[in-house]
Design a protein around this ligand. Structure first.
Ligand SMILES: [Ca+2]
Ligand SMILES: [Ca+2]
Ligand SMILES: [Ca+2]
Length: 168
């Protein structure tokens, strides 16, 4: 059983929190990032849904509300999503790391909360996370993706269970 939601914990300005409304996503949203994706001045949210093999795009209303704008097909077991401008226009792109298929997907932002289908890029084993930065200083942003390997749970009684993680 996997959760399919994110929660928004409303800060009260004194370190405590009030309401925590939930918003629907795909199953098991492990990765989450936020930025203004449609340039309306309001923050939006993206989740990488590891069990649904999708990316959810939720548009913010600027008042704490989120509504689903798009559900994008991802590869297998997407773990994380990064946001950054990759093609020279002001609309930020998405990069999802698909640990199960070793293929980060790049989604071009079409505006209005819509994205083109993910363009697959080959990488090493099990990419877990990514950042979008101009790593080599040439003025074009690059994608840095790690290639983690999930801990595997072994059925050895003497081993600590600390290495065991869901989904491994
Ligand atoms: Ca927005
Ligand atoms: Ca763009
Ligand atoms: Ca660069």
């Amino acid at each position: 059983m996997f959760a399919s939601a994110l929660s928004l914990h409303v800060g009260l300005g004194n370190g405590s929190f009030g309401l925590a409304p939930e918003f629907a996503t795909g199953a098991a949203p492990l990765g989450l990032a936020t930025d203004d994706l449609d340039l309306d001045g309001k923050l939006d949210v993206v989740t990488a849904n590891s069990q649904a093999n999708t990316v959810s795009v939720l548009r913010g209303d600027g008042q704490g509300g989120l509504s689903t704008a798009a559900t994008l097909a991802a590869g297998t077991d997407p773990q994380n999503v990064a946001i950054g401008r990759l093609d020279g226009d002001a609309l930020p792109e998405l990069v999802a790391t698909n640990a199960g298929s070793a293929t980060p997907f790049v989604y071009r932002n079409l505006g209005g909360g819509a994205f083109a289908a993910g363009a697959s890029r080959a990488t090493g084993l099990q990419p877990q996370g990514a950042v979008i930065v101009d790593y080599d200083g040439d003025g074009f942003r690059d994608v840095v993706a790690n290639q983690g390997s999930k801990p595997r749970c072994r059925a050895t009684p003497r081993r600590s269970s600390a290495c065991c993680t869901a989904g491994s």
